[in-house]
Design a protein around this ligand. Sequence first.
Ligand code: FAD
Ligand code: PYC
Length: 421
Amino acid sequence: MINKTKQKYSIFSLAKNSLSYHLNWKKAWRTPEPKKSYDAIIIGGGGHGLATAYYLASIHGLKNIAVLEKGWLGGGNTGRNTTIIRSNYLWDESASIYEHALKLWENLSSELNFNVMFSQRGVLTISHSEHELKEMSRRVHAIRLNGIDSEILSPKEIKKFIPIINIDQSIRYPIMGGFLQKRGGTARHDAVAWGYARAADSLGVDIIQNCEVTGILRDQNKIKGVDTTKGYISTKKIGIVVAGHSSILAEMAGLRLPIQSRPLQALVSEPIKPILDTVIMSNAVHMYISQSDKGEMVLGAGVDKYNSYAQKGSFPVPQHMISAAVELFPVLSRLRMLRHWGGIVDTCPDASPIISKTDIDGLFFNCGWGTGGFKATPGSGHVFADLIANDNPNKISAPYSLDRFNTGYLIDEHGAAGVAH
Ligand code: FAD
Ligand code: PYC
């Protein structure tokens, strides 16, 4: 129920602030100068880093923390992704972490008192061959055994669900069937970063933008502090959550990670009236599509097959994706592209993330989410905060330790990652 007093107050406050050019409008978070020392430092002000800081403060009571971000909050992959959220992975370890995240998404706007526009509009993955359909059915069984919703749809059922889709069997990528996770969907990416930032700030976390970490210092095997573009800061614990830049930060600490950094591209069309109220993914084409609340058609492609730190990719990749998308959705053919961009994704050999301590006391990594970490943001922050606070992984994060690259206990999710690596 709407609280009428609050509503009147906020309308009045909106009018007053607009007349005063918003000069006295309270900022959503402070802009502090860094202190000389913190109990823990999180490097990277994307969704995962901000969520980690929020849960460190809200659950584990650590208040003397800073998040150091070299640019602006959410300016990395958090603000560049196509916002698909789902938990329909193959292995139990994945079901456990992605479903943990999905459950947190379901209450996130209320937890943060910030509308992250989480919308459970469903995610449908389509298949274009008999073989792909059989693999899909194996995955659906595995997903359901983990208690997660998933159902197979025939081409006719898909057409009923998505009237603008072309199920003609003579096209290059004919639709043979698909599987749907109804609880999957999308959220507003910037709002996720802003919501976590505001909530963390209100618990005393210092969020410091335009502060690049340039060095990681240690005293023998223990973390001592960081060099930054705003000076030296001492700390005993560092959580590194920098996605595509993980190898660079690892090198600063004298470590090597099994990570490749590659461009992943996406684009939006000019805004149009609502025509699509779900999310569709095609792993064979490497195409995923949804419609944003502003009306833009949001489309993403597969990774470029070379390593790079430039936040852009090559033209043939989106060109291939768009030509297939137009066959599958002929209604798109006359739309104009509004924006196109790339992000640098950090991919592991098994297409699963790393959430791990290292051999250096006080140094922790959360990376390797590759093309699919947005959906994990709340769950990733939640378990990473637990790891940093307790120096030990919990049941959900334990399988994601760096050890797996020695023991061979890999969690191969190439099929579920949706975008080829
Ligand atoms: P980021 O948001 O990249 O945050 C890392 C931050 O670290 C950056 O802000 C960066 O500036 C900062 N940083 C780097 N170096 C330093 C330094 N030296 N000092 C201080 N700060 C530093 N995932 C999904 O689940 N669904 C999708 O639909 C999806 N689509 C995608 C589409 C595209 C085009 C791309 C690029 C990615 C997509 N992803 C998707 C993946 C998802 O975006 C990422 O896995 C996720 O956002 C990673 O979040 P993060 O907070 O770890 O990283
Ligand atoms: O992981 O669902 C996903 C995804 C879709 C597009 C990019 N990643």
